[in-house]
Ligand binder design. Structure first.
Ligand code: AMP
Length: 384
């Protein structure tokens, strides 16, 4: 198996990856990182959830660090175009996390919020700008952002850009950039229109591709239980006490929610541990160790804390709360069914979470089967 070292990443990045808890590169990272480090254009077929962000962010950070320059006022060295504000924020967070030991200025801009703060963030220039096309074009027309010094352009989720009507704005944006630049182009699918767009932007690209996340999602048996907020804890206890063995990962949306679930389970005599942003590194490590050893059969986590956790043999994932970002659902349930094994994911959906469920079903292009709430401890049986 290839390691991050073997891909040619430098120690400052390797240290950041260790902090994130990543032990080995994903297939898209193995394929793309060497090309990006070598300065090649890349055309990649990869969905969110495959580790695609790190596949471009890591080698880009390394290239920036190897050749430090001051970006111009209002300008950036790297531009990442993303279709949605959620994805843009996640990408910016990833650059910050991976670049923690390198020192790189990252900013994010999207619509629906005042422009002033975004303008101020750009005043001195930034290393990495992550933006949605509409808002970026607004800033360019206001002359508060300039792209004539961009060295690397990343276009993420190109097919999603097409769905959202961003192709014309993207062409306008790209037209103002230097033609001598490195371009990385990612899309989950490559219909004709996207292929043409890529053809117009890339020079002699290296092609990389990985299987869509859907193949992971398909291996996981999924179910949804409709339950009021107040019923959720009883439902959880009933499910867990009816389950014979295997590790269960429970996701909550908030840190307090995670602590409440652990408290409730422990009061009911089920050993559980929590990991989230308010826990120290030591507490996180102890919780993970207890989960790995089987001392705590249940680990309760928030999305952010669960990033990069890689525990084998997670049989069940329970979404105590549904994520408001549909991609998180795919990441969460991907924690089971690792290494070709089957797994089961059960989601609790309160009346005010129905819209989240709809978004998830749209993303995974499947309707999640409805399961009846278990009646009480002992009677519920989870699929083994
Ligand atoms: P992405 O496809 O970029 O949205 O990444 C999906 C998820 O996988 C994110 O939560 C990342 O933090 C996580 N991730 C990316 N690369 C790795 C890796 N090599 N090992 C473990 N987790 C990773």
């Amino acid at each position: 198996m290839t390691s991050f070292e073997q891909l040619g990443l430098e120690p400052a990045l390797l240290r950041a990856l260790a902090t994130e808890g990543y032990t080995a590169p994903t297939p898209i990272q193995v394929q793309a990182i060497p090309f990006v480090l070598a300065g090649r254009d890349v055309q990649g077929i990869a969905q969110t959830g495959t580790g695609k962000t790190a596949a471009f962010a890591l080698p880009i950070l390394q290239r920036l660090a190897a050749d430090r320059r001051q970006p111009p006022r209002g300008g950036c060295r790297v531009l990442v175009l993303s279709p949605t504000r959620e994805l843009a924020s996640q990408i910016a967070d990833s650059f910050r996390a991976y670049g923690a030991n390198i020192g790189c200025r990252v900013t994010v801009m999207f619509g629906g919020v005042p422009k002033g703060k975004q303008v101020r963030a750009m005043e001195r220039g930034v290393d990495v700008l992550v933006a949605t096309p509409g808002r970026l074009l607004d800033h360019m027309q206001d002359r508060t952002v300039r792209l004539d010094h961009v060295e690397i352009l990343v276009l993420d989720e190109a097919d999603h850009m097409l769905d959202l009507g961003f192709i014309v704005p993207i062409k306008k944006i790209v037209a103002t950039m230097p033609s001598r630049r490195q371009t990385l182009f990612f899309s989950a699918t490559m219909p004709d229109e996207i292929g043409k767009l890529a053809g117009g932007m890339l020079r002699d690209p290296a092609h990389v591709a990985v299987a869509p996340v859907a193949t992971t999602v398909e291996r996981v048996e999924q179910a949804v239980i409709f339950a009021d907020q107040a019923q959720k804890r009883h439902t959880l206890f009933a499910l867990l006490s009816g389950q014979a063995d295997g590790r269960t990962l429970v996701f909550t949306r908030t840190k307090h929610g995670a602590d409440r679930v652990v408290r409730h389970l422990e009061e009911s005599g089920l050993p559980a541990a929590a990991i989230h942003g308010n826990k120290s590194q030591g507490q996180r490590e102890r919780a993970l160790a207890a989960f790995k050893s089987g001392e705590a059969r249940v680990l309760v986590a928030t999305d952010i804390a669960a990033r990069g956790i890689d525990v084998d043999g997670v049989k069940h994932v329970i979404n105590f709360d549904l994520p408001n970002v549909p991609e998180s659902y795919v990441h969460r349930i991907g924690r089971t069914a690792r290494a070709g094994r089957d797994g089961m994911a059960i989601s609790f959906c309160a009346p005010d979470e129905r819209a989240f469920l709809k978004d998830i079903e749209k993303l995974i292009r499947t309707q999640v089967p409805v399961m009846a709430a278990p009646a009480g401890p002992g009677r519920a049986r989870m699929a083994a």
